[in-house]
Design a protein around this ligand. Structure first.
Ligand code: SF4
Ligand code: SF4
Length: 441
């Protein structure tokens, strides 16, 4: 019986980490459904981007209030969780404050964690007010109704509760230390939680132990639950922001990728010495099966990683000129739709023993409409605004490519322009022979 709590703790830890590992496997399988893409270039630039954007949060501070609050929550949450290591070891070995022999260093760490916990609580409250009371525009767009709204709030509640439990646990512990209770040796500094102690006024020793143990258990079980909640939440970005910024675009933003087969075709057309009737060389790359993308499997794996990394912050949408002028397009929705469809495909694979069975649905049409796609000006403002290097435009361009090249379904103006370029070498409907007529007018 003496070891029962340790055994229960070990089981909870194994179950919590086991479920998380299962979700990570599923996540990786889904991302790998995307096409391969070469991202082995510019390694040093990629590392720099990751350090600057993911670790240094440089793009977050473009909006100083939200940026500063986010840094507090991010730093606070990550650093406080260093304490989780001590909690895990205490839970497994039945010790209490295992690292306390560090003395002054330990006191400094616990004291700093407490201050950070308080700052996280303040930041979380500010975030909640911005979302629910002030109702900042980018949080109340149509795509933020339902689960995305609930998810955003749930994360704030969970962070609040976890920090509160941490402080409660420390407060009860401090009180027990003052009473000289066995097992609760003097350790740690409690600059914040000492102010909670009056709440425990008059509690007996056993009640205090009950409070401390309950807060301790709920804190660690809450962290394990939160770890598993990540997969279902926009909060996955706390893990994926790092690989996503590493694999982000390093080419100039305005540079689009060309289809190799089309480039060859155009070069052939422009080459006066080329024999138009020559048979293609055997070693020439085979024509791609499909031009562009109509579903998630047609996108590359970096674009799918982008979809899972999206924090749904809406910075892209608030900078998007199409959205600002009342068009249906929201780059955030493009990313959310891509993730939703990818999840649907993943569930289909799970339900069909590892094989995708066509379900009569596609990203194009069932999630993203052509109206949204053609509203894009390809200005790249969304890419520039994204704090985690997501490129919604690349998905839009791939889907447009499918519409144009596979379905000839471009808007009339665009079709006219493309015919003119093909026939007249210019976007205008005038014969090349008439180009200099203006000289005589
Ligand atoms: S590239 Fe398209 S989606 Fe992105 S901001 Fe510009 S118009 Fe909006
Ligand atoms: S794409 Fe980037 S900017 Fe847009 S909502 Fe997602 S994380 Fe925010």
């Amino acid at each position: 019986m003496e070891y029962l709590p340790n055994i229960i703790f070990a089981v909870a830890l194994i179950v919590g980490i086991g479920f998380f590992a299962r979700n990570v496997k599923k996540l990786s399988r889904n991302i790998k459904l995307g096409k391969d893409v070469d991202v082995s270039d510019n390694k040093s630039q990629r590392w720099k981007n990751m350090a600057k954007i993911a670790l240094g949060q440089t793009k977050m501070v473009v909006r100083p209030v939200a940026g500063l609050m986010h840094i507090i929550v991010y730093v606070g949450f990550v650093i406080i969780n260093i304490e989780v290591l001590e909690i895990i070891l205490d839970g497994l070995f039945g010790t209490h404050r295992l690292f306390s022999p560090l003395g002054a260093v330990y006191n400094f760490l616990i004291g700093s964690f407490e201050i950070l916990a308080l700052l996280v609580i303040v930041a979380v409250v500010v975030f909640w007010v911005r979302r629910n009371i002030i109702r900042i525009q980018r949080f109340i767009k149509p795509e933020m109704k339902g689960w995305p709204k609930t998810d955003g709030n749930l994360i704030l509640y969970i962070e609040f509760v976890l920090m509160f439990l941490f402080l409660t646990m420390n407060a009860a512990d401090y009180q027990l230390q003052q009473l000289g209770v066995d097992h609760y040796a003097q350790a740690g500094a409690f600059p914040v939680s000492q102010y909670i102690i009056p709440l425990f006024e008059g509690l007996s020793e056993s009640s205090l132990i009950l409070v401390e143990r309950t807060a301790w258990w709920l804190h660690i079980l809450g962290i394990l639950a939160f770890l598993n909640y990540l997969y279902y939440s926009k909060h996955l970005h706390i893990l994926l922001a790092f690989p996503n910024t590493y694999y982000g675009k390093t080419k100039p933003q305005g540079q689009f990728n060309n289809l190799e087969s089309v480039t060859k075709e155009v070069k052939l057309m422009m080459d006066p010495d080329a024999d138009p009737y020559a048979a293609p060389a055997e070693d020439e790359a085979a024509e791609p099966e499909k031009f562009g993308a109509s579903d998630v499997m047609d996108l590359n794996w970096v674009q799918l990683l982008n979809a899972y990394t999206c924090t749904e912050c809406g910075r892209c949408t608030s900078e998007c000129p199409a959205n600002q002028t009342g068009k249906k397009l929201s780059p955030r929705k493009i990313m959310m739709d891509t993730r939703d469809r990818l999840e649907e495909v993943g569930k289909n694979i799970d339900a069909n023993k590892g094989k995708f069975v066509p379900d009569g649905k596609e990203l194009l049409g069932d999630y993203i409409t052509t109206e949204e796609l053609w509203a894009c000006t390809t200005c790249n403002a969304c890419v520039e605004a994204c704090p985690v290097s997501i490129d919604p435009l690349s998905i839009i361009v791939e889907m447009r490519r499918y519409l144009v090249m596979e379905q000839s379904a471009a808007p009339t103006e665009l079709n006219n322009m493309m015919s003119n370029i093909e026939n007249n070498g210019a976007p205008w409907p005038y014969n090349q022979m008439d180009r200099l007529n203006w000289v005589n007018e």
